[in-house]
Design a protein around this ligand. Structure first.
Ligand SMILES: Nc1nc2c(ncn2[C@@H]2O[C@H](COP(=O)(O)OP(=O)(O)OP(=O)(O)O)[C@@H](O)[C@H]2O)c(=O)[nH]1
Ligand SMILES: [Mg+2]
Length: 459
């Protein structure tokens, strides 16, 4: 009897050790290869159970893209959504069920004016929480792409893409007055030394094929494009790069797919923490107090219009720089912006305004002078080290996070930066009238044209 129970204990222990070993193996390897191979179905049944064998016979389509260098950070975020929604659709289509979107690094954007810090080829993980984004669709950063490429082709192989498509608008978008989705090859201009390309800023990236296309239509048209140029001999992987992806339109802007992809774009935790510390130290604001606590995963979010209260401050996004030239008819002077802020602070009984702006120090000084009876606060990194770590793009994100937690928000007409704050506040659950506000050119013109209201929608 005793011997029997001892034997049982031993069997039990062995079983548990094996189980632990199997689990640790899964945990240990899951970050290395995210795509299951056929043999993994046997060795890693837990992780690979969702794949049917047919899917594993399909090549992995790596879809890379880039955007016209002059486009700013916040339009690029919008281009990402178009492509993420597309890839999520593509993954339901035979032959593409292992498609992955490769995120183009951020390099020296025109608005990033700090010349004393390195801002080349920043990964998306610097700004965003990629684990959260992957809950929407299969996206990878550029370093992960290089790792995946080397894993398949060997560590010393140069990276050669299969196809690159450079998109361009049609000269005449409306044929007989109608806009139809279409693409058409054209001869590449001589000036484009296309095949040599330092694509995405990487000198070691080349391509087998380079095609110039006139393109008009939504992201779904890319499916037809991929089908048109598909080679029957593709085996394990297909590498496709779309240049000037900003030409690709949304299928449906502001629908549930848009918002799911948008909600998945949570900011990197480091940036959220910097913003949280600033809110606590200078604005007496915290998520608990402001009723802006969110579920750990965006997939658990529910509609909560009116649930958010925000901190005891108003946020003004005051876009300056190029807006003073290109959009001078709608962009207020500093004095007029100050008067509009002042009126709102008095109306709401608030004493503090947080200013997010790409203004000069002089402009900020002037703004403060016009608002002498109020606290005017702005986020400035507390050291060179912090500025270096955050970089210009990270500072702008911190500004956006702080604005999205304010009691009341007022933004700049037709600024994508402002629109992204509206969206963040929609996700947090603010009443519409505390979010969708726009500066007028003049404080006297209260009836000026306002930004469009795009309310959040859920499944
Ligand atoms: N730190 C900070 N930077 C800002 C602010 N407003 C604009 N910027 C910078 O200027 C860039 C603005 O470019 P976009 O992101 O394209 O947005 P936009 O120029 O307002 O909008 P569109 O030109 O219509 O696309 C941002 O990405 C920031 O780098 C701000 O309030 N704070
Ligand atoms: Mg811009």
């Amino acid at each position: 009897m005793k011997l029997h129970s001892q034997r049982l204990t031993v069997i039990n222990r062995v079983f548990h050790s094996m189980l632990l070993l199997a689990i640790s193996h899964i945990v240990h390897t899951s970050h290395i290869r995210e795509i299951c191979e056929k043999r993994d179905i046997f060795f890693e049944p837990f992780r690979c159970q969702l794949y049917d064998l047919g899917v594993l016979d399909e090549p992995i389509t790596y879809l890379l893209y880039d955007v016209n260098p002059s486009e700013g950070f916040n339009l690029r975020r919008d281009v990402y959504i178009r492509l993420a929604v597309f890839v999520e659709y593509l993954r339901t289509q035979p032959g593409y069920r292992r498609a992955r979107l490769v995120l183009p690094p951020w390099s020296n954007l025109v608005h990033w004016r700090s010349t004393n810090i390195d801002q080349t080829q920043l990964l998306w993980s610097h700004f965003f929480d990629l684990r959260s984004m992957r809950l929407y669709t299969d996206v990878i950063d550029m370093d992960e792409f290089f790792d995946a490429y080397r894993a398949l082709h060997g560590p010393d192989e140069p990276v050669v893409l299969d196809e690159v498509y450079k998109l361009k608008h049609f000269d005449n978008m409306f044929e007989n007055g109608v806009f139809v989705d279409k693409f058409e090859e054209h001869v590449c201009p001589k000036s484009q030394d296309s095949m040599a390309g330092a694509f995405l800023g990487y000198a070691n990236l080349s391509t087998r094929d380079f095609t110039c296309l006139h393109f008009q239509g939504s992201a779904m048209l890319l499916h037809r494009l991929l089908e048109t140029y598909r080679r029957p001999d593709t085996r394990h992987a297909r590498y496709v790069l779309i240049l000037n992806a900003e030409i690709v339109l949304h299928d449906l802007w502001g629908n549930v797919d848009y918002w799911a992809a948008r909600r998945s774009m949570r900011f990197a935790s480091e940036l959220v923490e910097v913003a949280a510390r600033f809110r606590a130290d200078f604005l007496n604001s915290s998520d608990q107090q402001d009723r802006t606590v969110r579920p750990a995963r965006w997939t658990d979010e529910k509609p909560r219009r009116g649930g958010a209260r925000g901190g005891d401050y108003l946020c003004a996004h005051l876009r300056r720089a190029d807006f003073l030239y290109g959009r001078d008819k709608t962009t207020p002077t500093v004095q007029s912006a100050a008067l509009q802020i002042r009126a709102k602070l008095l109306e709401l009984g608030l004493k503090t305004v947080f200013v997010a702006s790409d203004c000069t120090r002089m402009e900020f000084y002037n703004l403060k002078n016009y608002l002498k009876r109020f606290r005017v606060v702005r986020f400035v990194p507390d050291s060179y080290e912090q500025r270096y770590a955050l970089k210009d793009g990270g500072i702008a994100v911190v500004d956006q996070i702080i604005c999205s937690h304010a009691r009341y928000f007022i933004g700049t007409y037709e600024s994508t930066f402002t629109y992204r704050i509206y969206e963040e506040r929609e996700i947090l659950g603010f009443p519409k009238d505390l979010t969708f506000n726009t500066f007028c050119k003049s404080e006297k013109d209260t009836n000026c044209e306002k930004n469009t209201v795009w309310p959040i929608v859920f499944h």
